[in-house]
Design a protein around this ligand. Structure first.
Ligand SMILES: Cc1cc2nc3c(=O)[nH]c(=O)nc-3n(C[C@H](O)[C@H](O)[C@H](O)COP(=O)(O)OP(=O)(O)OC[C@H]3O[C@@H](n4cnc5c(N)ncnc54)[C@H](O)[C@@H]3O)c2cc1C
Length: 479
């Protein structure tokens, strides 16, 4: 099947999907101003003829046809490398389709429990890949009272669940929150948010359903207004993506689209594998962002004439440490990949979780360094319109002067970038994204303690403490 064009993609969104934004029931998202930027950046990933990134975007499948690289199953280190390179130049509206990497990496385990479900994963993966579709990662339930299990909540629908099963399929009810790009994709790939117990079989459910399926409703939210100018908002004017509050109001799912329906032993495996691929995306973005921070810090410092100042140099060294630790972690995670029984490789689980944790736990502190170097103009720089207005512009040019070789507009653009990325609506969004997207700090801590070689660490500590091999066990047995 053929790859889509950007125009085909836009056309494909006119399918009767039910979406709301700011009190409005939107009949056609392709003509609505709030969706203009998100659709444009997602459509750009369908430009396979682009001289810059066209070749990086596509790969040849085992059938000989071409598909978007987001669907390429890595089997060798080079495949992972080109995937990471592609991710650097791809919008989040496309990257979310990485949900299929998660499903394909647990397919072998699913097959051991339910071969039919594994076959469904395989078929849906090919269907999305071969039709050049995009799919959202739909995992986070509302969760109600965090201290109670799914089936113990006041309202049984606070986790997505199966409310009916018949010979043709299942009927599901519930909601999933914060779903990136939900209104802009073709398929919603639903998974349990965490492990489920034997008495929670109806909550151990995973499936893929078209966005326009009957009963699916999406309430959108984004930090971005409809239109922003590129001088004042260099990042967010061309980068925004709504998150969806996705409701499943008794949605029918045919059996051939079901990946899990009661196999509780697999619920946490699906959640974990999605976590890994989501966090890999988070770390790729972390590397990009942290390198940007270093550049912005150096520029703002040079523009102020402080570049040989020891305090400024120390602060920039902190930013370099952050950026390099992240870059090296990503590199390590790809070099020390893991392999599924059927030969698919995926980034090192411990390294990715550690890197994502490091990114999130230190993000706010790192931004503080940038704000410290920048000073108050980070927030109070006049708008472009005042620069272009001759009456006010002449004062802006006069009083923002620092040194002969510093261009005023360049200086303003650097400040606008810092504010937009870290101190305005998009900046506020970034603060929470760094922490929560791909799972909060606790999710990574859990994965780190599960995957770190704690037995080996204890062994080394015992030897260092002078305990002879086996001595601590003999002492216990004697007690
Ligand atoms: C911009 C953005 C985009 C996102 N995109 C997606 C997406 O595309 N798909 C998707 O599925 N999800 C998405 N998420 C959701 C994200 O994965 C969650 O926000 C994250 O996993 C945290 O879950 P939560 O928001 O329900 O918070 P909670 O789980 O309520 O966590 C809040 C705090 O409560 C703590 N806590 C939770 N439970 C307990 C407990 N039992 N005992 C003690 N403490 C507890 C947590 O450790 C944390 O400190 C996105 C989030 C954001 C912000």
């Amino acid at each position: 099947m053929a790859l889509k064009t950007p125009q085909d993609y836009v056309q494909s969104l006119r399918d009767g999907r039910v979406t709301y934004w700011d009190g409005e029931d939107i009949a056609d998202i392709t003509t609505h101003p709030r969706f203009k930027v998100p659709i444009a950046i997602t459509a750009a990933d369908y430009d396979y003829q682009s001289a810059e990134h066209g070749a990086l975007r596509r790969y040849r499948t085992e059938d000989g046809s071409e598909a978007h690289r987001i669907y390429q199953i890595p089997h060798r280190a080079e495949d992972l490398d080109s995937r990471i390179e592609m991710m650097k130049h791809t919008s989040i509206g496309t990257l979310v389709s990485g949900v299929y990497m998660a499903l394909m990496s647990v397919k072998d385990e699913v097959a051991e429990v339910n071969p039919q479900c594994a076959a469904n994963i395989d078929r849906m993966y090919r269907y999305c890949r071969d039709n050049d579709l995009r799919a959202a990662e739909v995992i986070t339930d509302p969760k109600g009272d965090r201290k109670r299990r799914a089936h113990e909540q006041d309202d049984p629908d606070l986790y997505v669940r199966i409310v009916d099963r018949n010979k043709d399929g299942i009927v599901v009810r519930g909601a999933k929150l914060h779903i990136t790009a939900a209104s802009l994709v073709h398929e919603l790939v639903v998974m349990p948010t965490k492990g489920m117990r034997q008495d929670e079989k109806d909550y151990a459910v995973s499936f893929s359903i078209p966005v326009n399926a009957k009963g699916v409703k999406i309430i959108n939210r984004s930090f971005a207004p409809a239109e922003l100018n590129a001088f004042d908002y260099p990042a967010s004017s061309h980068h925004s993506m709504p998150e969806g509050f996705v409701v499943f109001d008794d949605v029918f799912v045919p059996w051939d689209r079901v990946f899990l329906a009661g196999e509780v032993q697999l619920a946490s495996r699906l959640a974990q594998s999605l976590g890994l691929w989501e966090r890999t995306g988070g770390v790729v973005e972390a590397v990009r962002m942290s390198e940007l921070f270093v550049g912005l810090a150096q520029l703002v410092t040079e523009h102020q004439g402080k570049d040989r100042d020891p305090t400024a140099m120390n602060t920039i060294a902190e930013l370099i440490t952050y950026a390099e630790m992240l870059r090296m972690s990503l590199d390590y995670a790809c070099r020390h990949y893991e392999t599924t029984p059927s030969g698919m490789i995926f980034p090192n689980t411990l390294a990715i979780n550690t890197a994502k944790y490091y990114y999130a736990a230190n993000f706010h502190q790192t931004v503080r360094h940038l704000h410290d170097l920048g000073g108050g103009l980070v927030l109070t720089l006049p708008h472009e319109a005042d620069l272009r207005n001759e009456a006010s512009g002449k004062y802006i040019r006069k009083y923002l002067h620092t040194k002969k070789d510093v261009d005023i507009e360049t200086r303003m653009r650097v400040y606008n970038m810092i504010r937009d990325l870290t101190a305005d609506a998009y900046g506020g969004w970034q603060f929470v994204v760094a922490l929560q997207a791909g799972g909060g700090l606790t999710a990574q801590r859990i994965m780190m303690s599960r995957t770190y070689d704690l037995a080996g660490a204890k062994e080394r500590a015992l030897r260092a403490a002078g305990v002879k091999p086996g001595a601590e066990k003999r002492a216990e047995a004697a007690e």
